[in-house]
Design a protein around this ligand. Structure first.
Ligand code: PLP
Length: 443
């Protein structure tokens, strides 16, 4: 377990490496923290990119979740960002975890997450991962095909199964129902097959698509889930779990909570006796992370190559279409790193921003108008928590960005308490203190 020890005025430090949590005390802000790190980087002659994870943001979003969706227990989608401090924070806040593989289950268990707080939410699983889940008491898992049922009956016959259904995700950024989920018409047959194999089906799940923009998708999906509940209950299954998946915005407040709450009230009223869970990923982490990337090189292009396609050619300064020069910036982080997915009245130039590798696919953007940057400048990119570090590579030998996790002493003291009778704070023993319940009124 990672020990949190007092460290002079910096408060509590969590080891091992990459799991450190710095406490912002004496009014220090995230921006102060970033400034200090940039200065340290310059002094150490090491201009590596880094990310700062703001655990306060996750804490506040968790409280908003509790206030807005009181009936829905979040099971954080580990795939979105598996930074240990993120996992520790959520574990301390008492969320469950949605794991998609043996590796993610191992990570959650290694941080002390109880097996019954894990849902193996992947409908197409390798046999060995199913067996691993079985051996570790991770029982809840999803399915959407007969073949998967057969594999589960061999590898984890006592599993508690959740039938994932396909839903309308046409208004989402990432359409997951193109790949996963059973059509409603096939549900009877799948349930029959589960019955014949002696398997226990306990619920229904769906995912309205990541970056969902349409609240009607949740409403219809919850109505569809109710239909499946009715069919399964009639067939003798004891249905007791509804999993409404992910798709919640990582930046905005709850746009969908009213619709979700009223659909739950209509189709799954409290006296129906169903536990409702969700699998939010980007909701918790997207706005918590800021990337600091260094401009390690630049080229000023005065004669534009016909191969250089600028998507957004109109100058914000003059409104004209013909720039006199294009700036090419080469960052120390890029598409193969954290940026797989930017300012004021100063004169701006159409700028092409490249990642550090030799690959031409490693282009971060060619449609931004930046004020002129110089080699050695730093770019800060907000909202970098979702699907960034979890898909970063070290392609071409460029190391992944370091992650610094910070929490303010205010939130730390309001929300957590040290293990009783111990000198050191032990993160795995953090508990949400009684005061946390009152925080929604003050944050
Ligand atoms: N659950 C499953 C099964 C997923 O595939 C995903 C994302 O791909 C999520 C949850 C998390 O989705 P989001 O980040 O949109 O909340």
């Amino acid at each position: 377990a990672a020990a949190v020890t007092t460290n002079g005025s910096h408060g509590y430090v969590l080891s091992p490496e990459n799991c450190d949590i710095d406490v912002l005390d004496n009014g220090r802000t995230i921006n102060d923290f970033i400034d200090i790190k940039i200065k340290e980087t310059a002094l150490g002659e090491n201009e590596e990119p880094f990310l700062v994870a703001n655990l306060d943001s996750m804490f506040k979003r968790h409280l908003r979740w509790l206030n807005n969706l009181p009936r829905v227990k979040p099971f954080y989608a580990v795939k979105c960002n598996n930074t240990p401090a993120v996992m520790q924070m959520l574990r301390a806040l008492g969320t469950g975890f949605d794991c998609a593989s043996k590796g993610e289950i191992q990570l959650a268990l290694s941080l002390g997450v109880a097996p019954d707080k894990i849902i193996y939410a992947h409908t197409t699983k390798p046999r060995s991962h199913i067996k691993y889940a079985c051996s570790r008491g991770v029982n809840m898992m999803t399915f959407d095909s007969e073949d998967e049922l057969l594999k589960i009956s061999q590898g984890h016959p006592k599993a508690k199964l959740i039938l994932r259904i396909a839903v309308d995700d046409s208004k989402a950024l990432l359409r997951l129902s193109l790949k996963f989920g059973a059509q409603l018409e096939t549900v009877d047959k799948l349930l029959e097959c589960a019955g014949e194999l002696g398997l226990e089906v306990i619920g229904v799940s769906f995912h309205v698509g990541s970056g969902c923009t349409e609240c009607g998708a949740f409403k219809q999906a919850i109505a569809d889930a109710r239909q499946v509940f009715d069919i399964a209950n009639l067939m003798g299954f004891q249905m007791r779990l509804l999993d409404i998946g992910g798709g919640f915005s990582g930046r905005e407040d709850f746009q969908f909570s009213e619709v979700i709450n009223s659909a739950l009230e209509k189709y799954f009223p409290a006296d129906f006796g169903v536990q409702v869970i969700a699998e939010p990923g980007r909701y918790y982490v997207e706005s918590a992370f800021t990337l600091a990337a260094n401009v390690m090189a630049r080229r000023v292009i005065t004669v534009c190559s016909p191969f250089l396609i600028m998507e957004n050619k109109k100058s914000p300064n003059t409104g004209k279409n013909s720039p006199d020069k294009v700036m090419m910036y080469y960052l120390n982080d890029g598409v193969y790193g954290s940026l797989s997915c930017l300012i004021n009245d100063a004169k701006r130039y159409p700028s092409v921003v490249w990642g550090p590798t030799c690959d031409c696919l490693d282009k971060v953007t060619d449609s931004y108008w930046f004020p002129e940057l110089r080699v050695g400048d730093w770019l800060l990119v907000d909202h970098m928590g979702a699907y960034s570090v979890s898909i970063a590579t070290d392609f071409n030998g460029f190391e992944r960005a370091n992650i610094y996790s910070v929490i303010s002493s205010e939130i730390l003291q309001k929300a957590f308490k040290p293990k009783t009778g111990s000198q050191n704070w032990v993160i795995s023993c953090f508990e949400l203190s009684e005061t946390a319940g009152r925080i929604p009124h003050t944050v």
